[in-house]
Design a protein around this ligand. Structure first.
Ligand code: DAH
Length: 338
Protein backbone atom coordinates (compact mmCIF):
# COMPACT_ATOMS: atom_id res chain seq x y z
CA UNK A 1 0.00 0.00 0.00
CA UNK A 2 2.76 2.44 0.95
CA UNK A 3 4.50 1.49 -2.27
CA UNK A 4 1.33 2.32 -4.26
CA UNK A 5 1.08 5.71 -2.52
CA UNK A 6 4.70 6.54 -3.33
CA UNK A 7 4.19 5.63 -7.02
CA UNK A 8 1.08 7.83 -7.28
CA UNK A 9 2.89 10.74 -5.63
CA UNK A 10 5.71 10.54 -8.16
CA UNK A 11 3.17 10.38 -10.97
CA UNK A 12 1.31 13.45 -9.70
CA UNK A 13 4.52 15.38 -9.28
CA UNK A 14 5.28 14.93 -12.98
CA UNK A 15 1.86 16.07 -14.21
CA UNK A 16 1.45 18.95 -16.66
CA UNK A 17 -1.64 20.74 -17.99
CA UNK A 18 -1.74 23.06 -20.97
CA UNK A 19 -5.25 24.33 -20.30
CA UNK A 20 -7.88 24.61 -17.59
CA UNK A 21 -9.73 21.68 -19.21
CA UNK A 22 -6.68 19.46 -18.97
CA UNK A 23 -6.26 20.39 -15.28
CA UNK A 24 -9.92 19.56 -14.67
CA UNK A 25 -9.47 16.15 -16.30
CA UNK A 26 -6.58 15.49 -13.90
CA UNK A 27 -8.70 16.52 -10.94
CA UNK A 28 -11.37 14.02 -12.02
CA UNK A 29 -8.79 11.28 -12.55
CA UNK A 30 -7.16 11.63 -9.14
CA UNK A 31 -9.54 13.39 -6.78
CA UNK A 32 -13.17 12.89 -7.82
CA UNK A 33 -15.35 10.38 -6.01
CA UNK A 34 -14.36 7.62 -8.42
CA UNK A 35 -10.79 8.85 -8.70
CA UNK A 36 -7.58 7.04 -7.82
CA UNK A 37 -7.06 8.63 -4.37
CA UNK A 38 -10.58 7.96 -3.06
CA UNK A 39 -10.09 4.37 -4.36
CA UNK A 40 -7.06 4.09 -2.08
CA UNK A 41 -9.22 5.25 0.77
CA UNK A 42 -11.73 2.52 -0.02
CA UNK A 43 -8.87 -0.02 0.21
CA UNK A 44 -7.93 1.38 3.62
CA UNK A 45 -10.16 -1.07 5.45
CA UNK A 46 -8.00 -3.96 4.19
CA UNK A 47 -4.87 -2.49 5.76
CA UNK A 48 -3.70 -4.49 8.82
CA UNK A 49 -4.56 -2.66 12.04
CA UNK A 50 -0.95 -2.10 13.08
CA UNK A 51 -0.24 -0.24 9.76
CA UNK A 52 -3.46 1.81 9.72
CA UNK A 53 -1.95 4.83 11.43
CA UNK A 54 1.00 5.16 9.09
CA UNK A 55 -0.96 4.38 5.88
CA UNK A 56 -3.82 6.73 6.89
CA UNK A 57 -1.42 9.63 7.33
CA UNK A 58 0.27 8.84 3.99
CA UNK A 59 -3.07 8.76 2.11
CA UNK A 60 -4.11 12.12 3.64
CA UNK A 61 -0.77 13.67 2.74
CA UNK A 62 -1.11 12.34 -0.84
CA UNK A 63 -4.60 13.83 -1.11
CA UNK A 64 -3.40 17.25 0.09
CA UNK A 65 -0.43 17.08 -2.24
CA UNK A 66 -2.61 16.16 -5.26
CA UNK A 67 -5.15 18.92 -4.50
CA UNK A 68 -2.44 21.53 -4.23
CA UNK A 69 -0.59 20.36 -7.31
CA UNK A 70 -3.63 20.16 -9.60
CA UNK A 71 -4.94 23.57 -8.42
CA UNK A 72 -1.53 25.06 -9.21
CA UNK A 73 -1.59 23.47 -12.67
CA UNK A 74 -5.06 24.91 -13.35
CA UNK A 75 -4.00 28.41 -12.24
CA UNK A 76 -0.90 28.33 -14.39
CA UNK A 77 -2.85 27.16 -17.45
CA UNK A 78 -5.55 29.85 -17.14
CA UNK A 79 -3.00 32.59 -16.52
CA UNK A 80 -1.47 32.09 -19.95
CA UNK A 81 -4.86 32.29 -21.70
CA UNK A 82 -6.66 35.11 -19.92
CA UNK A 83 -4.71 36.03 -16.85
CA UNK A 84 -5.58 38.73 -14.37
CA UNK A 85 -3.60 41.35 -16.30
CA UNK A 86 -5.53 40.89 -19.55
CA UNK A 87 -8.58 43.14 -19.58
CA UNK A 88 -10.99 41.72 -22.14
CA UNK A 89 -13.38 44.65 -21.77
CA UNK A 90 -10.80 47.22 -22.89
CA UNK A 91 -11.31 49.01 -26.24
CA UNK A 92 -8.67 47.67 -28.63
CA UNK A 93 -6.06 50.12 -29.83
CA UNK A 94 -6.84 50.96 -33.47
CA UNK A 95 -4.48 49.24 -35.91
CA UNK A 96 -2.61 52.00 -37.77
CA UNK A 97 -3.92 52.01 -41.35
CA UNK A 98 -2.01 53.68 -44.18
CA UNK A 99 -3.20 57.01 -45.50
CA UNK A 100 -4.11 57.97 -49.02
CA UNK A 101 -1.72 60.41 -50.63
CA UNK A 102 -3.17 63.94 -50.81
CA UNK A 103 -2.66 64.02 -54.58
CA UNK A 104 -4.65 60.78 -54.93
CA UNK A 105 -7.42 62.19 -52.74
CA UNK A 106 -7.70 65.33 -54.86
CA UNK A 107 -7.38 63.46 -58.16
CA UNK A 108 -10.22 61.14 -57.12
CA UNK A 109 -12.34 64.11 -56.12
CA UNK A 110 -11.80 65.83 -59.48
CA UNK A 111 -12.62 62.61 -61.31
CA UNK A 112 -15.79 62.09 -59.25
CA UNK A 113 -17.06 65.59 -60.13
CA UNK A 114 -16.52 65.06 -63.86
CA UNK A 115 -18.03 61.57 -63.68
CA UNK A 116 -21.25 63.16 -62.48
CA UNK A 117 -21.26 65.14 -65.75
CA UNK A 118 -20.88 61.97 -67.81
CA UNK A 119 -17.11 62.06 -68.41
CA UNK A 120 -15.20 58.78 -68.48
CA UNK A 121 -11.53 58.21 -67.74
CA UNK A 122 -8.98 57.94 -70.56
CA UNK A 123 -5.31 57.28 -70.10
CA UNK A 124 -2.27 57.46 -72.31
CA UNK A 125 1.45 56.69 -72.17
CA UNK A 126 3.92 58.82 -70.21
CA UNK A 127 6.61 58.12 -72.79
CA UNK A 128 5.25 59.81 -75.88
CA UNK A 129 6.14 60.98 -79.34
CA UNK A 130 6.38 64.54 -80.57
CA UNK A 131 3.21 64.28 -82.63
CA UNK A 132 0.83 63.47 -79.77
CA UNK A 133 2.36 65.93 -77.30
CA UNK A 134 2.97 68.82 -79.69
CA UNK A 135 2.37 68.27 -83.41
CA UNK A 136 -1.29 67.24 -83.33
CA UNK A 137 -1.95 69.94 -80.76
CA UNK A 138 -0.93 72.71 -83.13
CA UNK A 139 2.42 73.61 -81.59
CA UNK A 140 4.52 75.34 -84.24
CA UNK A 141 7.78 73.58 -85.14
CA UNK A 142 9.75 76.27 -83.35
CA UNK A 143 7.50 76.49 -80.29
CA UNK A 144 9.63 76.94 -77.16
CA UNK A 145 7.81 74.13 -75.30
CA UNK A 146 9.53 71.62 -77.55
CA UNK A 147 12.86 72.97 -76.43
CA UNK A 148 15.34 70.89 -74.44
CA UNK A 149 14.78 73.25 -71.53
CA UNK A 150 11.24 72.08 -71.03
CA UNK A 151 11.04 68.59 -72.38
CA UNK A 152 12.87 65.46 -71.31
CA UNK A 153 13.92 63.54 -74.40
CA UNK A 154 14.76 59.89 -74.19
CA UNK A 155 17.97 58.46 -75.62
CA UNK A 156 18.70 61.71 -77.49
CA UNK A 157 15.89 60.89 -79.87
CA UNK A 158 13.85 64.07 -80.49
CA UNK A 159 10.81 61.94 -81.21
CA UNK A 160 10.75 59.99 -77.93
CA UNK A 161 9.96 62.13 -74.93
CA UNK A 162 8.26 62.30 -71.57
CA UNK A 163 4.89 64.00 -71.98
CA UNK A 164 4.88 67.58 -70.70
CA UNK A 165 1.10 67.68 -70.36
CA UNK A 166 -1.87 65.30 -70.36
CA UNK A 167 -3.25 67.08 -73.46
CA UNK A 168 -1.43 64.31 -75.33
CA UNK A 169 -4.23 61.95 -74.29
CA UNK A 170 -6.67 64.25 -76.15
CA UNK A 171 -4.86 63.74 -79.41
CA UNK A 172 -4.65 59.96 -78.91
CA UNK A 173 -8.34 59.59 -78.10
CA UNK A 174 -9.56 61.92 -80.87
CA UNK A 175 -7.43 60.11 -83.41
CA UNK A 176 -9.33 56.85 -82.98
CA UNK A 177 -12.72 57.83 -81.56
CA UNK A 178 -15.79 59.02 -83.37
CA UNK A 179 -17.46 61.89 -81.37
CA UNK A 180 -19.25 62.32 -79.03
CA UNK A 181 -16.14 62.23 -76.85
CA UNK A 182 -16.39 63.14 -73.19
CA UNK A 183 -13.20 62.17 -71.36
CA UNK A 184 -11.20 63.03 -68.30
CA UNK A 185 -7.48 62.21 -68.40
CA UNK A 186 -5.57 62.12 -65.12
CA UNK A 187 -1.84 61.48 -65.19
CA UNK A 188 1.74 62.34 -64.40
CA UNK A 189 3.66 64.79 -66.56
CA UNK A 190 7.34 65.77 -66.73
CA UNK A 191 9.21 68.99 -67.32
CA UNK A 192 12.87 69.77 -67.19
CA UNK A 193 12.74 72.21 -64.28
CA UNK A 194 15.05 72.69 -61.31
CA UNK A 195 13.29 71.28 -58.25
CA UNK A 196 12.21 73.92 -55.74
CA UNK A 197 9.25 74.71 -53.49
CA UNK A 198 7.36 76.09 -56.49
CA UNK A 199 8.48 73.87 -59.38
CA UNK A 200 9.16 70.17 -59.84
CA UNK A 201 10.42 67.98 -62.65
CA UNK A 202 7.27 65.88 -62.45
CA UNK A 203 3.75 66.72 -61.39
CA UNK A 204 0.18 65.70 -62.13
CA UNK A 205 -2.56 67.03 -64.34
CA UNK A 206 -6.15 66.28 -65.12
CA UNK A 207 -7.38 67.11 -68.60
CA UNK A 208 -10.99 67.18 -69.74
CA UNK A 209 -12.22 67.07 -73.34
CA UNK A 210 -15.72 67.26 -74.74
CA UNK A 211 -16.26 67.01 -78.51
CA UNK A 212 -19.70 66.72 -80.11
CA UNK A 213 -22.02 68.50 -82.53
CA UNK A 214 -22.86 71.99 -81.30
CA UNK A 215 -20.57 72.24 -78.26
CA UNK A 216 -20.21 75.93 -77.37
CA UNK A 217 -18.37 78.17 -74.96
CA UNK A 218 -21.53 78.19 -72.82
CA UNK A 219 -21.06 74.43 -72.23
CA UNK A 220 -17.49 75.09 -71.12
CA UNK A 221 -18.59 77.87 -68.78
CA UNK A 222 -21.29 75.73 -67.17
CA UNK A 223 -18.84 72.89 -66.68
CA UNK A 224 -16.31 75.23 -65.06
CA UNK A 225 -18.91 76.74 -62.77
CA UNK A 226 -20.15 73.32 -61.69
CA UNK A 227 -16.60 72.10 -61.09
CA UNK A 228 -15.61 75.13 -59.00
CA UNK A 229 -18.75 74.91 -56.86
CA UNK A 230 -18.33 71.17 -56.25
CA UNK A 231 -14.61 71.38 -55.57
CA UNK A 232 -14.36 74.58 -53.54
CA UNK A 233 -17.87 75.21 -52.23
CA UNK A 234 -21.10 76.56 -53.68
CA UNK A 235 -20.33 80.23 -53.05
CA UNK A 236 -17.09 80.09 -55.07
CA UNK A 237 -17.01 82.69 -57.84
CA UNK A 238 -15.12 82.12 -61.08
CA UNK A 239 -13.71 84.48 -63.66
CA UNK A 240 -12.14 83.85 -67.05
CA UNK A 241 -9.18 85.77 -68.39
CA UNK A 242 -8.29 85.63 -72.10
CA UNK A 243 -5.15 83.58 -72.67
CA UNK A 244 -3.30 81.63 -75.31
CA UNK A 245 -2.73 77.90 -75.85
CA UNK A 246 -1.80 76.49 -79.27
CA UNK A 247 -4.56 73.88 -79.11
CA UNK A 248 -7.53 76.05 -78.12
CA UNK A 249 -9.14 79.09 -79.74
CA UNK A 250 -10.37 81.11 -77.94
CA UNK A 251 -8.36 80.22 -74.82
CA UNK A 252 -8.83 81.32 -71.24
CA UNK A 253 -7.44 80.91 -67.80
CA UNK A 254 -9.87 80.43 -64.96
CA UNK A 255 -9.52 82.03 -61.55
CA UNK A 256 -11.61 81.32 -58.47
CA UNK A 257 -12.37 83.78 -55.70
CA UNK A 258 -9.75 83.44 -52.96
CA UNK A 259 -11.37 81.53 -50.12
CA UNK A 260 -8.71 82.60 -47.62
CA UNK A 261 -9.73 86.26 -47.65
CA UNK A 262 -13.17 85.88 -49.23
CA UNK A 263 -12.06 87.94 -52.23
CA UNK A 264 -10.87 90.99 -50.25
CA UNK A 265 -7.22 90.42 -51.14
CA UNK A 266 -4.49 88.78 -49.05
CA UNK A 267 -0.92 87.56 -49.40
CA UNK A 268 -2.10 84.19 -50.73
CA UNK A 269 -3.92 85.78 -53.70
CA UNK A 270 -1.31 88.54 -53.90
CA UNK A 271 -3.91 91.12 -53.03
CA UNK A 272 -6.10 90.39 -56.07
CA UNK A 273 -8.86 88.38 -54.40
CA UNK A 274 -8.50 85.73 -57.15
CA UNK A 275 -6.34 82.63 -57.63
CA UNK A 276 -5.64 80.94 -60.95
CA UNK A 277 -6.59 77.26 -61.19
CA UNK A 278 -6.76 76.06 -64.77
CA UNK A 279 -6.42 76.65 -68.50
CA UNK A 280 -9.23 76.02 -70.96
CA UNK A 281 -10.72 76.90 -74.31
CA UNK A 282 -12.55 75.73 -77.42
CA UNK A 283 -10.61 73.01 -79.24
CA UNK A 284 -8.85 74.68 -82.18
CA UNK A 285 -10.38 73.47 -85.48
CA UNK A 286 -6.83 72.74 -86.67
CA UNK A 287 -6.46 70.22 -83.80
CA UNK A 288 -9.72 68.50 -84.72
CA UNK A 289 -8.52 68.18 -88.32
CA UNK A 290 -5.11 66.86 -87.26
CA UNK A 291 -6.86 64.12 -85.34
CA UNK A 292 -9.24 63.21 -88.17
CA UNK A 293 -12.37 64.93 -86.85
CA UNK A 294 -14.28 67.23 -89.22
CA UNK A 295 -14.32 70.73 -87.63
CA UNK A 296 -17.27 71.73 -89.84
CA UNK A 297 -19.38 69.09 -88.11
CA UNK A 298 -17.97 68.96 -84.61
CA UNK A 299 -16.74 71.39 -82.01
CA UNK A 300 -15.40 70.91 -78.52
CA UNK A 301 -13.92 72.34 -75.39
CA UNK A 302 -10.88 71.30 -73.36
CA UNK A 303 -9.51 72.19 -69.99
CA UNK A 304 -6.46 71.20 -68.02
CA UNK A 305 -5.44 71.66 -64.43
CA UNK A 306 -2.55 70.79 -62.13
CA UNK A 307 -3.48 68.42 -59.32
CA UNK A 308 -0.74 69.87 -57.08
CA UNK A 309 -2.15 73.34 -57.59
CA UNK A 310 -5.70 72.29 -56.61
CA UNK A 311 -4.29 70.38 -53.63
CA UNK A 312 -2.36 73.46 -52.51
CA UNK A 313 -5.52 75.48 -52.64
CA UNK A 314 -7.54 72.93 -50.71
CA UNK A 315 -4.96 71.95 -48.13
CA UNK A 316 -2.45 74.83 -48.18
CA UNK A 317 0.57 72.70 -48.96
CA UNK A 318 3.02 75.34 -50.04
CA UNK A 319 6.10 73.29 -50.88
CA UNK A 320 5.76 71.03 -53.91
CA UNK A 321 8.60 68.80 -52.71
CA UNK A 322 6.46 67.52 -49.83
CA UNK A 323 4.35 65.59 -52.33
CA UNK A 324 7.17 63.31 -53.40
CA UNK A 325 9.29 62.99 -50.26
CA UNK A 326 6.94 60.52 -48.57
CA UNK A 327 7.56 61.95 -45.13
CA UNK A 328 5.03 60.10 -42.98
CA UNK A 329 4.58 63.14 -40.71
CA UNK A 330 3.20 64.99 -43.74
CA UNK A 331 1.20 62.04 -45.09
CA UNK A 332 -0.33 61.34 -41.66
CA UNK A 333 -1.98 64.75 -41.75
CA UNK A 334 -4.33 63.31 -44.35
CA UNK A 335 -5.29 60.25 -42.31
CA UNK A 336 -9.03 59.81 -42.26
CA UNK A 337 -9.60 62.09 -45.27
CA UNK A 338 -11.54 60.27 -47.97
N1 DAH B 1 -1.83 71.59 -71.37
C1 DAH B 1 -1.81 72.85 -70.65
C2 DAH B 1 -0.56 72.92 -69.78
O1 DAH B 1 0.04 71.93 -69.52
C3 DAH B 1 -3.02 73.00 -69.80
C4 DAH B 1 -4.24 73.20 -70.61
C5 DAH B 1 -4.61 74.46 -70.98
C6 DAH B 1 -5.01 72.14 -71.05
C7 DAH B 1 -5.75 74.67 -71.75
C8 DAH B 1 -6.14 72.31 -71.80
C9 DAH B 1 -6.51 73.62 -72.14
O2 DAH B 1 -6.90 71.30 -72.23
O3 DAH B 1 -7.62 73.79 -72.89
O4 DAH B 1 -0.21 73.96 -69.32
Amino acid sequence: MLQKIATLRAEIEALTAASADEAEALRIKYLSKKGLIPALMADFRNVPAEQKREVGAAINALKDFATERITALRDAATATVSGADIDLTRTPAPAPAGTRHPLSLVREEIIAIFRRLGFTIAEGPEIEDDWHVFGALNFAADHPARDMQDTFFIARNPDVLLRTHTSSVQSRVMEHTEPPIRIICPGRVYRNEAVSARAHCFFHQVEALYVDKGVTFADLLQTLQYFAAEMFGSDTKIRLRPSYFPFTEPSAEMDISCDLCGGKGCSFCKGTGWVEILGCGMVDPAVLSSCGIDPDVYSGFALGMGVERITNLKYRVNDLRLFSENDVRFLDEFAGTH
